[in-house]
Design a protein. Structure first.
Length: 138
């Protein structure tokens, strides 16, 4: 069995963003040489997310609006975590969008359903953060 590990680094200039990382994960898969197996992709920071969905700007706008309704940034005083910080909402948004995804590898390709893509969700940007890509298989 083969094993491959790669850290992808991101520094999003905005507080929040959704970044399609599918091409980076596909590049890792090519480098791994794995033809049949699994790819794990997970955010290694508690204010960021990895999730699978459609790469459509209207949907991303809807995610942003929905997340802001469920865990609004302002007023920062509404959160106990925000004593000396202002990112409690980012922790909650990450919890909603998820930490990781696992994708099957079949014949050397990510085995997606229609329209599926892998995204990095940033909820407290403006600093470097990483995503782990771990690939196992044959």
């Amino acid at each position: 069995m083969k094993s491959y590990r790669k850290e992808l680094w991101f520094e999003v200039p905005a507080r929040r963003a959704f970044v399609n990382i599918t091409p980076k994960v596909e590049e890792c898969l090519r480098k791994s040489g794995v033809k049949e197996g699994l790819v794990l992709v997970n955010a290694m920071h508690i204010t960021a997310s990895v999730f699978i969905n459609d790469d459509e700007s209207g949907l991303h706008h809807d995610f942003e609006a929905w997340l802001e309704k469920l865990a609004p940034h302002q007023p920062v005083s509404q959160y106990r975590h925000n004593v000396g910080e202002d990112n409690a909402d980012a922790h909650l948004k990450r919890q909603l969008m998820g930490r990781e995804v696992v994708v099957a590898v079949t014949e050397g390709k990510l085995d997606f359903g229609p329209w599926e893509q892998i995204f990095y969700g940033e909820f407290d940007g403006r600093r470097r953060k990483r995503v782990l890509v771990k690939i196992i298989g044959e």
